[in-house]
Design a protein around this ligand. Structure first.
Ligand SMILES: *Cc1c(COP(=O)(O)O)cnc(C)c1O
Length: 373
């Protein structure tokens, strides 16, 4: 977000630095971990960091498979991706087949209705159309359920004209290695794929792991892993040291510092009261910018590598910090709100949410600055 001076120059009071080299390094680390190919998941504008900048960078690293959730997101970045595969995880939206074909998007077909529509479009065009087939093995969200999968295996000709690039499934508890769900999904998927290979008389490539799935062991390897979060520095192995490089730093300039006496309160509804004479610093970012209101009286910033407690309510555009113990914090100083000193996973823990939500909530008011951290 920026204040515009009379001359028209902008002087930002918040900065969102995004390190594309670090994202690339994270992709290479995941690729080294996996026997098959590794895609880049770019849904929700590249987890809030800017799909249009992340996509070309991953492409130049050699990434040849990309995913978004929605077709609109996919259409926006399609021109940046050359002839790389671009899959739409949410599937084939009704009456959009023509547009998917025009933009060379591969739907992750997850219902018989979608399969019929895609195969119908192939018939109309007189050529095979590429797609992924999504099987539900326990998430109970998207993908063919057991009944629809049985119907498909009994009538494999429903896939006529559909060129299946991958059969995929999505793990529901990959971030919890001890969960029995992981092995159950692996077994169910292997069984389903074997049945499909038999009726189609070929061995279809498979796609299983998300970020955390890449750390579950060889049994969860496949022809194509689909990491998102780990590319963006989110810890794929919660509770253990994060193997990924940090990729962003969100900083905010201190707009004002004032001294409040013992007993005075700060911000809306006096949610925090000074227990001593205190110096309060205010920065120009709030919940409208993706700082969860749940950080009120619970979060922190970092200054010179030291924690600074967030006090009072996070409001829409402003947040306050107790800098009594940080005499160097004056107006114009910068506090790190998220970054190498304060990882998204830690901010999320303070707010009782997930790092995914922290990243995808980063607001449109930040100037994104693509630079080394
Ligand atoms: C979001 C998503 C991914 C990526 O998951 P991460 O946990 O961010 O790595 C992979 N596959 C599917 C189907 C998804 O929806």
């Amino acid at each position: 977000m920026a204040c515009r001076s009379a001359e028209g120059a902008t002087s930002a009071t918040t900065r969102l630095a995004i390190d594309l080299d670090a994202i690339a390094a994270n992709w290479r680390l995941l690729r080294r971990r996996h026997r098959g190919d590794v895609a880049g998941v770019l849904k929700a504008d590249g987890y809030g960091l800017g799909a249009a900048r992340v996509a070309p960078r991953l492409l130049s690293e050699g990434c040849r498979h990309f995913f978004t959730a929605h077709p609109q997101e996919a259409r926006a970045i399609r021109p940046l991706l050359g002839d790389a595969m671009l899959g739409v995880l949410n599937g084939l939206c009704p009456d959009e087949a023509r547009s998917y074909v025009e933009h060379d998007l591969l739907p992750a077909l997850g219902t018989l209705r979608e399969i019929e529509e895609w195969s119908g479009e192939a018939r109309r065009l007189g050529r095979a159309l590429p797609a992924l087939l999504h099987l539900d093995t326990g998430m109970n969200r998207l993908g063919l359920d057991a009944e629809e999968f049985d119907a498909l295996v009994r009538r494999p000709w429903l896939l006529d004209g559909v060129e299946l690039r991958y059969v995929m499934t999505h793990l529901c508890a990959a971030d919890t290695p001890d969960s029995l769900a992981n092995a159950a999904q692996r077994v169910a998927f292997a069984r389903d794929c074997a049945r499909l290979d038999t009726v189609l008389d070929r061995s279809l490539p498979r796609s299983v792991a998300n970020s955390s799935g890449l750390f579950l062991g060889d049994g969860f390897g496949s022809d194509l892993a689909r990491p998102g979060a780990a590319l963006y520095g989110i810890n794929p192995v919660p509770g253990r040291p994060n193997p990924m490089r940090p990729v962003l730093r969100l900083s905010a300039m201190v707009l004002s510092v004032r001294t409040v006496p013992t007993g005075a309160s700060v911000g809306y509804n006096g949610a925090w009261t000074a227990g001593r004479d205190s110096r309060i610093a205010t920065v120009g970012a709030g919940y409208a910018d993706g700082l969860p209101r749940a950080l009120s009286n619970a979060g922190r910033a970092s200054f010179d590598g030291r924690p600074v407690p967030l006090v009072g309510r996070v409001s829409m555009d402003l947040t306050t910090f107790d800098v009594t113990d940080h005499p160097a914090v004056r107006p114009g100083a910068w506090l790190e709100l998220i970054g190498p000193d304060l990882p998204p996973d830690e901010v999320a823990a303070c707010a009782g949410t997930s790092a995914y939500e922290i990243l995808t909530s980063l607001g449109p008011r930040y100037e994104r600055d693509y630079t080394a951290l």
